[in-house]
Design a protein around this ligand. Structure first.
Ligand SMILES: Nc1ncnc2c1ncn2[C@@H]1O[C@H](COP(=O)(O)OP(=O)(O)OP(=O)(O)O)[C@@H](O)[C@H]1O
Ligand SMILES: [Mg+2]
Length: 332
């Protein structure tokens, strides 16, 4: 149970940070309720790390203000530091030491006596599935193991607020799931988590509220459901038998649904939004009409589904550009 239930873990208004000519953060407002996972979602360079570093008192804002559990991040920076932990920053892992040695050392630095430090290290290694690797040097850990020991190191002393800055970037699906489970355990124990991510499904999985940031600004915030419903009624996902029929399928869907059609990376797949205004006629009805028109055009459909809009589609609708640019956009 959170001892801070009902409080705001973070309250920020108009935070600004500029590096030379780069306006990394251009006025960010955030309200993060205690005891929750708050997702900060945005593409490369959006300003996520800069915002986190200001809130964790590692970087002084150029403008605006923020409090962490009521303490001002500039005037009461020491009090803030006593409540927060930031993965990969405060917890400096020594690659030449083993997992156990690292955690015991950090525990000692945090004031545990040796037996207490050993107990906490063993407990965390067990919880994070690292018991077998406990006596190996960290430099021989896989990427996923390394990420888990980083998080373990940041919660030796349970923080009230934990910043996880892109904890799963570059991890395989299994390792991502392990990190997600860890985040759920940490929150269940009462810690508030501010999680930055470029992955829309990650924010959807873990966060109870999400702020979408782009170019240093919050461009939308709400629950995952609110963000999705602000975009439209849903979308239809189509997989064709034959990739050669995709241009024709794209035309048929665009005409029938009257919205933009997205070509998925997979050459047989397309997605089309069902517009919010037209949803009066029923999302299912529109989807069924689209399916009928595809068949009438002689297009073979292998798979067809109607879904709530994904957060990726939300991002596209909010920013007019995708969160993860395609190869074509990168080359352009
Ligand atoms: N110390 C710095 N000096 C100069 N520019 C910086 C510095 N830190 C960040 N920036 C710039 O500020 C902008 C925002 O960077 P930031 O690291 O906050 O983005 P991000 O959302 O964390 O991106 P990513 O997903 O790639 O980690 C970028 O244009 C970046 O180049
Ligand atoms: Mg970053």
């Amino acid at each position: 149970m959170s001892k801070h239930r009902g409080e705001l873990a973070i309250q920020a208004s108009g935070l600004i940070k500029t590096f030379g000519k780069t306006r990394a953060v251009r006025g960010i407002d955030l309200e993060v309720p205690a005891g929750t996972v708050y997702g900060v979602l945005g593409p490369n360079g959006a300003g996520k790390t800069t915002a986190v570093r200001m809130l964790a008192t590692l970087l002084r804002p150029d403008g605006g203000e923020a409090t962490v559990f009521g303490h001002d991040i500039v005037r009461e920076a020491d009090a803030v530091r006593g409540k927060v932990s930031l993965t990969g920053q405060y917890a400096s892992i020594d690659e030449d030491l083993t997992g156990t040695e690292n955690l015991v050392l950090l525990g000692r630095l945090l004031g545990h006596r040796k037996p207490g430090a050993r107990r906490r290290a063993a407990e965390l290694l067990e919880a994070f599935g690292l018991t077998e690797a406990a006596d190996r040097q960290v430099k021989n850990y896989s990427g996923g193991m390394r990420r888990r020991i980083d998080i373990a190191a940041s919660i030796i002393k349970t923080p009230d607020l934990l910043f996880l800055d892109e904890p799963t970037t570059g991890l395989d699906p299994r390792s991502r799931n392990q990190v997600w489970d860890i985040v759920r355990i940490i929150v269940a124990q009462g810690t508030t988590v501010l999680l930055t991510t470029q992955y829309l499904d990650e924010a959807d999985q873990l966060a109870s509220r999400i702020a979408v940031i782009d170019q240093g600004r919050v461009i939308a915030d709400g629950t995952p459901g609110e963000l999705k419903s602000s975009v439209g009624a849903g979308s239809v996902h189509v997989r064709l038998r034959d990739a050669a029929q995709r241009p024709e399928a794209e035309r048929v869907l665009a005409r029938t649904l009257g919205t933009d059609v997205t070509l998925e990376p997979e050459p047989v797949a397309l997605t089309a939004r069902i517009s919010g205004e037209e949803s009066g006629s029923g999302a299912a009805e529109q989807a069924s009409r689209a399916l009928h028109e595809l068949a009438a055009a002689g297009i073979t459909v292998d798979d067809f589904s109607l879904g709530q809009p994904s957060l990726d589609e939300v991002f596209l609708a909010l920013t007019d550009h995708t969160a993860n640019p395609t190869e074509k956009e990168v080359a352009a």
